[in-house]
Design a protein around this ligand. Structure first.
Ligand SMILES: Cc1cc2nc3c(=O)[nH]c(=O)nc-3n(C[C@H](O)[C@H](O)[C@H](O)COP(=O)(O)OP(=O)(O)OC[C@H]3O[C@@H](n4cnc5c(N)ncnc54)[C@H](O)[C@@H]3O)c2cc1C
Length: 424
């Protein structure tokens, strides 16, 4: 009997892992690799702010799981995981016709990612929009366009008001991308250029934007956002979200036509103590440095849904980032090959290669660590090129370098025949 590896979640970590294992163990028929995902196609999550603004058309950039499975010697099951039976080693998932099906595993890898954390704030689920999935990003794009058109058609002096809560990378990148989108929209003659056509307020409870990055990056980004006309409010806690906008802790209201919640993350709630496994207060599985869950060595977790210690001494945890999911997928593909061959698993060492934040085509800012042997703030064309190369690296890991280059070339050709922004 072939060893059965089931990976749940085909995102930044899970899809790369399935592809790597398919190309090695699957191709050599040493194991059966199955990927389960709730969607039929994959879009790299760090691109979702571009989908929301319309600068990226997901129907062009998406990757089809069935095709990827066929090309890389693994199989794909479409469905949403709902439960786990550890005694029978079965994963239960709901297929598209709502039927609950089961799939058996010898090794299970959980890679279901994360979603926004509303921290129990009143009104968030009812009145806010989110950027956790392609569906949400596309919905936001349609709303953004239609509200903008409506504001334009009804009263030229009233700007479209957008509040974004949370000045982490998602909130900051979304602000810049929306501001960039408006400039392109105006270029198509939809509205006369005027600084008052869009009013974005970025609200952050902490004392500075990008609180997890260093002070210099925060300051550069803060002034960049202000130059773009964004009203940045730090040390400003949100008490409640209503249909009118965001009510702050001091009782004042930031009025908004659209409120987007981008503050903090948590793993999906169905993981909370799933089948008796240990989880933390934001539903992440507790894993050892081998990425095995603390109570079950045949179950692994990677990416945003895993809480993995940075070292054996226990000083901090691997951050929820695409680069961490990628590094874990790469390491786990080697480790699982060893385990299946009867050898001991490897330990994960996170290498922080720095963080870059995109400010649309205006700029990119961040720190580089390790690369070229220095750790400093970088911005401008160099940072922007590096930022864009992160996605190309993700594509290369899925398609191989030659096909990634072909895709880049195809995109360059397509740019000549399509509008720069998705306008519908
Ligand atoms: C707008 C935005 C910008 C970002 N920018 C950056 C950045 O610049 N740099 C960076 O390092 N990180 C960035 N991130 C964070 C990064 O996207 C995540 O850390 C990364 O995607 C996590 O990878 P993952 O594999 O854990 O999960 P994901 O990539 O989120 O994939 C999870 C997968 O699991 C599937 N799934 C979920 N639940 C189920 C279920 N019950 N059953 C079956 N399938 C399921 C989903 O459909 C999805 O395909 C950004 C995030 C956002 C939202």
């Amino acid at each position: 009997m072939k060893h059965k590896v089931v990976i749940v979640g085909g995102g930044a970590g899970g899809l790369e892992l399935a592809t790597r294992l398919g190309k090695t163990l699957g191709r050599r028929k040493q194991a059966e690799i199955t990927l389960v995902d709730a969607n039929l196609t994959h879009i790299w999550k760090p691109l979702l702010h571009e989908v929301a603004a319309g600068s990226l058309d997901p129907s062009i950039d998406e990757l089809n799981y069935f095709a990827q499975a066929k090309w890389n010697h693994f199989s794909f099951q479409h469905g949403r995981m709902v439960d786990l039976d550890r005694d029978r080693k079965n994963v239960m998932f709901k297929s598209s016709n709502a039927e609950v099906r089961e799939i058996q595993y010898d090794t299970l890898v959980m890679a279901v990612g994360s979603q926004c954390n509303d921290f129990g704030t009143i009104g968030v689920q009812e009145f806010c929009h989110f950027l956790d999935s392609r569906v949400q990003a596309e919905k936001l794009h349609k709303l953004f366009l239609s509200r903008y058109m409506r504001a334009h058609a009804t009263d030229k002096s009233t700007p479209l008001r957008i509040s974004i809560v949370g000045a982490g990378a998602t909130g900051v990148e979304l602000c810049a991308e929306l501001q960039h989108a408006i400039r392109i929209i105006e270029g198509y003659g939809l509205r006369q250029a005027s600084p008052s056509t869009l009013k974005i307020t970025l609200v952050e409870a902490g004392p500075r934007v990008l609180p997890v990055l260093n002070q210099d990056v925060s300051e550069t980004v803060h002034s960049g956002l202000t130059d773009l006309g964004i009203d940045v409010r730090v040390s400003t806690a949100v008490k409640e979200v209503t249909a009118e906008g965001v009510r702050l802790a001091d009782g004042s209201i930031v009025s908004a036509d659209l409120t987007i919640w981008a503050a903090g993350i948590k793993a999906p709630s169905f993981l909370k103590e799933l089948a008796g496994l240990e989880t933390n207060r934001i539903n992440q599985f507790l894993v050892r440095r081998t990425l095995q869950t603390t109570l079950d060595e045949s179950i692994f977790a990677i990416g945003d849904c895993a809480s993995c210690p940075l070292s054996d001494e226990g000083c901090g945890f691997v951050p929820p980032r695409a680069q961490a999911a990628h590094q874990q997928a790469e390491m786990l593909s080697r480790s699982l090959s060893r385990l299946i061959a009867g050898r001991s698993p490897l330990k994960f060492n996170y290498e922080d290669r720095g963080t870059l934040v995109s400010m649309a085509s205006f700029n990119a800012v961040g720190t580089l660590t390790g690369l070229l042997g220095f750790r400093k703030v970088t911005e401008g064309l160099f940072a922007r090129t590096l930022y864009m190369s992160l996605y190309r690296l993700h594509q290369a890991s899925l398609y191989g370098a030659p096909r990634m280059l072909l895709k880049v070339f195809a995109e360059l050709l397509q740019r000549r025949t399509r509008p720069r922004l998705k306008l519908h």
